[in-house]
Design a binder for this molecule. Structure first.
Ligand SMILES: Cc1cc2nc3c(=O)[nH]c(=O)nc-3n(C[C@H](O)[C@H](O)[C@H](O)COP(=O)(O)OP(=O)(O)OC[C@H]3O[C@@H](n4cnc5c(N)ncnc54)[C@H](O)[C@@H]3O)c2cc1C
Ligand code: FES
Length: 286
């Protein structure tokens, strides 16, 4: 894709559906089916800014667009990282690209994790599989501002040890004052850690309900049980935040593709409190 006339149009006048050109700086293979793409928006007049929890629409000409969370440090402004699981049309197309290729990008879109609510309190991050990607900007924020929070805990799990995302960072996160608990659904001989589903990790930590804020992202069934475990420990519904996933088309609240009950996930989410979405959560018709 060429950027041609795009960079001559002031950002404020651009069609919100028009992608901007981004160059792939690097691709890091994280697991057998996940790669982290580092993108650079060379043509941008202003540095790109996002808030942890937001996503971009990545556009691959001839294939289409996919919603992908931003997984990099919001305070590192010159590049944007996306960890992508190669599952379908667009993401498989992206998996075949090499560094130096240009793709399209629109965003950032959607709501952010309410980091302010967690400041001065305990923060529990709960991720499943690729769901750790939208939580990583929160971890970056915590690492930069560790004293702003009391206890910070990460509960994370994946199908197998080989599916664990960012596994090489776990030790550094521990050293920096994050209590990291990891589990896998299926063990391998070399695995010495916990085996079981992510919500079971709640039995390994102590929670002060009034002082705890929970951010979770992963398969919907996992988030359902995370909310259940949180509520069973009397954490208020207003302190439990989920990141939802629905099929996206416009990503700007126009087409209705991402409707979830009365909510549009691209506009009212993806990050939303359990208090707000409980009536619609995990119901067949939504
Ligand atoms: C707000 C938001 C943030 C997201 N963040 C990320 C992210 O950071 N990284 C990431 O990899 N994905 C993320 N996704 C999911 C991603 O948008 C979808 O997986 C998307 O469908 C991929 O587009 P595609 O064209 O490759 O697959 P499609 O062609 O749309 O799907 C092809 C096939 O794959 C199946 N499929 C789609 N997604 C999955 C899945 N997750 N697991 C198993 N099967 C699947 C579909 O059911 C379909 O049969 C996010 C989605 C949303 C809404
Ligand atoms: S994707 Fe169009 S309204 Fe959300």
């Amino acid at each position: 894709m060429t950027s041609t006339a795009l960079e001559t149009v002031p950002a404020t006048l651009r069609d919100p559906m028009l992608p901007r050109a981004a160059v792939i700086d690097a691709i890091k293979q994280e697991t057998h089916d996940v790669g982290t793409f580092t993108l650079r928006l060379d043509e941008e007049p202003e540095p790109y800014a996002f808030r942890p929890g937001q996503f971009n629409m990545l556009y691959l000409p001839g294939f289409g667009e996919a919603a992908i969370s931003i997984s990099s440090d919001a305070e590192e402004r010159d590049t944007i990282k996306h960890s992508i699981r190669f599952v379908g049309t667009v993401t498989m197309g992206l998996s075949r690209l090499r560094a130096g290729t240009e793709i399209g990008i629109r965003g950032p879109y959607g709501t952010a994790w309410p980091i302010e609510q967690a400041r001065g309190r305990d923060l529990v991050l709960v991720g499943g599989g690729i769901g750790l990607a939208p939580l990583r900007p929160v971890i970056h924020h915590v690492l930069r501002h560790r004293d702003d929070f009391r206890k910070v805990t990460l509960l994370y799990g994946a199908r197998s040890p080989g599916d664990l995302l960012y596994a090489e960072s776990f030790e550094a996160w521990k050293q920096a004052g994050i209590d990291v608990h990891v589990t896998v659904d299926r063990s391998e001989d070399s695995w010495k850690g916990v085996v079981g589903v992510v919500p079971l990790l709640f039995y390994r930590i102590r929670i002060e309900p009034k002082e705890t804020v929970i951010f979770t992202c992963g398969p919907e069934v996992m988030m359902h049980f995370v909310a259940y475990e949180a509520l069973a420990r009397r954490v208020p519904k207003e302190s439990v935040w989920l990141s939802l996933e629905r099929n996206m088309k416009c990503a700007i609240g126009v087409c209705g593709h991402c409707q979830y009950g009365p909510l549009f996930v691209c506009r009212d989410g993806p990050v939303i409190s359990f208090a707000r979405m409980e009536p619609y959560f995990n119901r067949e018709e939504y």
